[in-house]
Design a protein around this ligand. Structure first.
Ligand code: SF4
Length: 474
């Protein structure tokens, strides 16, 4: 009997191949061009730019799953120039460059090669353009057939892939946990240093805000948290704090939607509050340009995150609740849920029903904090903070509690950085090769310590030899 998963892939692949057969004069899907580029299914020794310069692709770069150019960290050599490192953008035609706004987007400044399916003119003066049509190493429909393959070919894997593959799962986990400890210690040290300046509680709030900033808005969130002593007063309601945080952050819209009654009603209430105090906080107000919204999921929008923080602050009991949670005896399988119960907000009349100010009311209320974020907050903020506080207080029992919870914490949501790390270091292994959050953190630390100091072809990276030495001494 056929497996349901296998069958489920047939319609999509069949449809795509069929479309290519029927429309061989038409443009292939852009995702197919990206896969072709990633796997370099090209006549690699016959590549030229539009103006006739030979092109050598020393490394195609790494697929970017977020906003910005399609591939980061490529290395290309054009004509007699020395090799350049940078990004690669793939479009069907040169006109895609302007049509998609790349010419105005600073994220595309580092593009060293514009790869297109067909065209005759460069999109921008001086931009090298490579045309793929006529340069593939197999017919399009044949190339489309392997599009769904998961793993990378050998030449895109890092040099450490081979020695890491030799490790037993237990040895690999041991190595990753060791790397994770380095990461844990670094985060804890940051809390310790900050606590010396501003106290333990303020350092925790700054950590919580940073984590709510997700990747894009860590620094504005940190800055807002640093101002907490200026904008926080006792006994404020969640609504009053939302008004203040949205006002100070510069994220409060100054126009009603005029189309969505519930949103306008909420905005009026917020503005009623903010009008009265705007003058008092005028010196603190952030420019809106400080915030990044590109590639941001609506659930991670800073407006929504600030609304959540306003509830925590208004309740004024987050720290005692966290302390109680930390000292309670809890089985490993209750860690996430029990912390989630503390961090989750029961209901917000507006934000439980709306992702952002612009989005329509949802059919069902959505939590202000998902399980994934609970894990991020635990791993990056709450546990390292409790641990270093226990270290300072010389409380070994509590240090052990924090360490045990860290090692027992289930894996965080997969993301593009982890995917790329698994591809390069672990040969495209599935997420389950990293059985918990600590193993994931360890892998990220190796990327930071080694990959970030090398290049796409792992030049001068010591990590493979270190792993071999470590294995030899085992
Ligand atoms: S740079 Fe080093 S750690 Fe990163 S993939 Fe290459 S060999 Fe591995």
């Amino acid at each position: 009997m056929l497996s349901a998963n296998l069958y489920a892939r047939w319609p999509a692949r069949g449809g795509s191949v069929q479309a290519l057969q029927e429309n061989h004069e038409m443009f292939p899907p852009e995702r197919l061009l990206q896969a072709i580029w990633q796997q370099q299914r090209l006549l690699r020794d016959q590549l030229h730019t539009l103006d006739g310069q030979p092109v050598r692709i020393l490394h195609p770069g790494f697929k970017n799953h977020g906003a910005g150019p399609d591939f980061h960290g490529a290395m290309v050599q054009i004509g007699a120039e020395s090799a350049r490192a940078g990004d690669v953008e793939i479009d069907l035609r040169t006109s895609g460059w302007r049509a998609h706004g790349h010419d105005r987007n600073p994220a595309f400044r580092n593009v060293v090669l514009h790869v297109i399916w067909e065209g005759e003119k460069a999109a921008a003066a001086g931009m090298p353009v490579l045309v793929l049509k006529g340069k593939l190493d197999a017919p399009l429909k044949e190339l489309d057939a392997w599009l769904t393959q998961d793993s990378l070919p050998e030449n895109l894997q890092g040099r450490c892939c081979a020695p890491l593959r030799e490790l037993t799962p237990e040895r690999l986990r041991d190595l990753l946990h060791q790397a994770a400890q380095v990461r844990w210690q670094a985060k804890a040290n940051q809390f310790q240093a900050r606590a010396r300046q501003v106290g333990w509680e303020q350092s925790l709030w700054e950590g919580l805000f940073r984590a709510l900033g997700y990747k894009q808005n860590v620094w504005p969130m940190q800055s807002l948290a640093e101002l907490r002593p200026h904008w926080l007063r006792p006994a404020l309601t969640p609504m009053a704090l939302q008004a203040r945080l949205l006002g100070v952050s510069g994220l409060l819209p100054d126009q009603l939607t005029r189309t969505q009654a519930a949103t306008d009603d909420y905005l009026r209430q917020i503005w009623d509050q903010w009008w009265r105090e705007r003058e008092e906080f005028s010196a603190l107000i952030f420019p809106r340009e400080l915030w990044r919204f590109n590639g941001l999921r609506p659930a991670n929008h800073p407006q929504r995150r600030l609304a959540l923080a306003a509830h925590w602050l208004a309740a004024a009991d987050l720290l005692p609740k966290l302390e109680k949670w930390f000292t309670a005896k809890l089985p490993d399988n209750k860690l996430v849920d029990s912390l989630g119960e503390i961090l989750q907000v029961q209901r917000d009349d507006f934000w439980s029903w709306h992702w952002t100010f612009r989005s329509a009311r949802m059919a069902r209320p959505q939590p202000l904090l998902g399980d994934g974020r609970v894990t991020d907050l635990a791993i990056n903020v709450i546990l390292p903070w409790f641990w270093i506080r226990a270290v300072e207080g010389r409380n070994e029992g509590l240090q052990r509690v924090a360490e045990q919870r860290y090692l027992a914490w289930p894996a965080a949501e997969d993301n593009s950085v982890l995917r790329l790390a698994r591809q390069r270091l672990l040969g495209g292994a599935k997420p389950k090769v990293l059985p918990g959050a600590a193993a994931q953190q360890g892998l990220l630390q190796i990327v930071r310590d080694f990959c970030d100091h090398s290049n796409a072809i792992c030049e001068q990276c010591q990590f493979p030899d270190l792993v071999r030495d470590w294995t030899g001494k085992a």
